[in-house]
Design a protein around this ligand. Sequence first.
Ligand code: DOR
Ligand code: ZN
Length: 345
Amino acid sequence: MTESITIRRPDDWHLHLRDGAMLKAVLPETARHFGRAIIMPNLVPPVVTGALAAAYRDRILAALPEGMHFEPLMTLYLTEDTDSSDLAAAHASGLVKAVKLYPAGATTNSASGVRDFNKVRPVLEKMAEIGLPLCVHGEVTDAEIDIFDREAVFIDRVLDPIRKATPGLRVVMEHITTRDGVQYVAANDTDLGATITAHHLIINRNHILVGGIKPHYYCLPVAKREEHRLELLKAATSGDPRYFLGTDSAPHTDDNKEMACGCAGCFTATNTMSLVAEMFDREGAMDKLEGFVSLNGPAFYGLPVNEGTITLAKGGPVEYPDKIETEDGPVRVFDPGFPLHWRVV
Ligand code: DOR
Ligand code: ZN
């Protein structure tokens, strides 16, 4: 008898779709399995107003192949000039579901992000008042802080002060990568959630650096020591509703990854469900999979769960393409380095 599991259709609470030819190529990879996704606003130029978010949403829907159903949940890119009334209107109309905080310089296209956190205080207060969540890229950017410590330092120096100064602000710590991140979630209330990517459940920093540098495993926040990966796996499979899937699937062409100064990002949209199911199965936690991928995220965002379901079946190794072709060039699909056995049927 084939082992199988049917769960509510999942959502991705952190996704990069890009624009133009790349959008067209990567969107079906997500829409095939996922009902909705929180769409990252780090385009060039970034999505900083309600009008830009509405136009981007239209471009995403126009790129969706006939017969596929997918709802993009739009975000605004927080800058020191964000206008509270524009943001409130974009939220009230139902268009915008979250605001994204990038510390300036933290990652891809984050140059317009926040340098002086005092400057965004009034906007954060408005968000707390209207119940609009803040999605946080939680890394400090100070040159003297070691890249492997940037998440932990961000929690102490930036995140905790922001949360204390803005009671009621709902915050998602995105793509947590450390025990410190897990402990901070555990020590706080339900106004705080965290997303975890598929790739951070699988790789540690050795995967990037041992036996030759592996640019396709380089992402931000960078994968940490094995002990941190194990904490993430424990958190994801714990059943605690504050953790949910946010893939941070971040397509870059192979040319842009395999160069002297390669881009950060793992492209997991194609095989996310197989990756996550494999890791949950190994932990004996298949009963927690639906919560992590389909229920906890909507609960945090105050949205209904998806109507439909997907079924995963376990069998012989699942084949995935090594890369997807785009008009900009090929984009390598994340390779976990071991066979995957669960496929969406
Ligand atoms: O690895 C990453 N890639 N991390 C980010 O925060 C941004 C993303 C991207 O946009 O490429
Ligand atoms: Zn991201």
